[in-house]
Design a protein around this ligand. Structure first.
Ligand SMILES: [Zn+2]
Ligand SMILES: [Zn+2]
Length: 135
């Protein structure tokens, strides 16, 4: 395979963004893989950032799932306890437990939304910093 930019030169790999062959001279090694030097460096960086963020999000949703399992097991135990109590106390306790579960779920959702928003503002900040740099 030959370099897309130099038909005479052998390619050392493929650009992660456009999948064109790049020779030793044209290849820029980025964290996420090879890129067309000076052309697709940013694109490959964005791609690897995106993959990294997706992995982080899926790791977070895994821990949220664990919390949900703990909450439901706890709720099951509390419900079992409530069923041994007298009817009037039972109704009050049931309402209280349901309210507590809904509150925990709301807090968990809010945290996920907030952390996503923080991630977006980080991205726009780094863009501004790049624009301010003298080239
Ligand atoms: Zn080349
Ligand atoms: Zn490229």
């Amino acid at each position: 395979m030959k370099c897309f930019y130099h038909p005479d030169a052998d390619a050392v790999g493929l650009c992660k963004h456009c999948s064109r062959g790049v020779c030793h001279e044209c290849a820029a090694e980025r964290a996420g893989g090879l890129a067309c030097k000076g052309i697709h460096d940013d694109k490959v960086d964005q791609l690897s950032n995106l993959v990294e963020r997706n992995m982080r999000v899926s790791a977070r949703s895994g821990s949220v799932r664990l919390i949900a399992v703990i909450v439901y097991w706890g709720a099951a135990l509390v419900c079992g306890y409530i069923l041994t109590q007298e009817t009037i106390i039972r109704m009050r306790l049931l309402l209280g437990v349901m309210a507590a579960i809904m509150l925990v779920a709301a807090i968990a959702n809010t945290r996920i939304l907030l952390s996503r928003r923080v991630g977006n503002s980080e991205k726009s900040q780094s863009k501004k910093m790049k624009a301010g740099e003298p080239s």
